[in-house]
Design a protein. Structure first.
Length: 109
């Protein structure tokens, strides 16, 4: 079948985006943002709070190869201050493509 005037959807570059663990006590442990790139890409990784404020830059314009990737986060902001209990959003921006998001929750015992 020939489709005229339609474009096929762009293939996903980031697969299996997740935090491990998805719930963590930042005073006792870290969490890791994990994903797989289906092809080499330039990515930037950020953490946002629930209100949409960027609180942490993990990496910018990082040139990565295809395959499994991981980046740690200890629950702090760019000033090194630990963040309060709540839900945070991990964002992977792929240069020239799109943005991928997942959530993580910080708690304190």
């Amino acid at each position: 079948m020939l489709l005229i005037g339609c474009q096929a959807p762009e293939p996903e570059i980031v697969k299996s985006l997740r935090f491990e663990p998805p719930l963590f006590d930042s005073f006792k442990q870290n969490t890791t943002l994990k994903y797989t790139l289906t092809k080499p890409a330039t990515v930037s990784i950020y953490i946002y709070d629930r209100e949409g404020n960027k609180i942490k830059t993990i990496a910018q314009n990082l040139h990565l190869t295809q395959g499994a990737q991981s980046h740690g986060w200890k629950g702090d902001n760019d000033l090194g201050e630990f963040q309060s209990v709540g839900i945070y959003i991990g964002v992977v921006e792929v240069k020239g493509n799109k943005t991928y998001k997942t959530t993580v929750e910080i708690f304190h015992w």
